[in-house]
Design a protein around this ligand. Structure first.
Ligand code: ADP
Ligand code: MG
Length: 245
């Protein structure tokens, strides 16, 4: 099936307050879609809702993944199906090393045991590509990580878990230009015709490495405009308000 993700008339509320007011979105397999919009537009809310974060209550509408209704499914079930969400501010988890965390997550998501040494080699190889020091694998998760290291860890996680749908929430913000290049290249290398990316970004740098198939502009909990990659330049030139209906 070519359609990986379908969202129909999605309404989402937090603490009884509606934040998304009827989102429709179709993401075919193998495509890269970008979500842009003003601060507070509901971009992160949308990704959290797709991932199944229980803080976000779906009050109407449906989410389908590979044709199956996952609207009511728990986060871990969605992760097993191949959904992945990077977080803007991952929590520190003292006592759990990066490598242990990745291995546990990989076992949980894939349902397969991961042999210690091949897995270790795999992680070392991925870290090299991300220009992370090899010793990083033995550090406690996010404990004292710099902003850049956290972001790279999100991408490391994505590459190890190999999701069908990778959702990246401002993974490129707060990084220096060199780090953005490394991260963007690692995301681009990961992408192929069998996976899809849903990316929130305010920067065009990451998109120099990835050719987006579609761009969606979100405002006040609604998709106000969708189009091709040329929308990126239009947004740069005219801002978001220009697209309000
Ligand atoms: P964006 O990512 O586009 O900047 P968000 O999705 O983070 O926007 O937020 C959209 C709106 O919903 C904001 O007004 C924000 O304060 C509110 N919001 C988001 N998440 C929560 C939450 N967990 N609890 C309360 N309000 C939230
Ligand atoms: Mg956000």
């Amino acid at each position: 099936m070519n359609e990986l993700l379908r969202i129909e008339n999605l309404h989402v509320a937090v603490d009884g307050k509606e934040l998304l007011h009827g989102i429709d979105l179709v993401l075919p397999r193998g495509e890269v879609h970008v979500i842009m919009g003003t601060n507070g537009a509901g971009k992160s809310t949308l990704l959290h809702s797709i991932m199944g974060n229980p803080a976000y209550e779906v009050t109407a509408g449906k989410i389908y993944f590979e044709g199956e209704d996952i609207t009511e499914e728990a986060v871990d079930e969605r992760a097993k199906r191949g959904l992945f969400l990077s977080f803007q501010t991952p929590l520190a988890v003292p006592g759990v090393t990066v490598e242990n965390f990745l291995r546990t997550a990989k076992v949980a998501v894939s349902g397969e045991q991961q042999r210690l040494f091949p897995f270790k080699r795999r992680v070392q190889q991925e870290m090299k590509e991300l220009q992370l020091d090899g010793a990083y694998a033995d550090r406690y998760l996010n404990d004292g990580f710099s902003g850049g290291e956290r972001k790279k860890h999100e991408i490391l996680q994505m590459r190890v878990l190999e999701p069908k749908l990778a959702m990246l929430d401002e993974t490129d913000s707060g990084l220096d230009v060199d780090a953005v290049r490394v991260v963007s290249q690692a995301v681009a290398d990961f992408h192929n015709e069998n996976n899809s990316l849903l990316i929130i970004t305010h920067h065009n740098l990451i998109l120099q490495h990835l050719q987006p198939d579609a761009v969606h502009i979100l405002m006040d909990g609604r998709v106000i405009h969708s189009g091709g990659a040329d929308l990126l330049d239009a947004v740069e030139a005219h801002g978001f308000e220009h697209f309000r209906k």
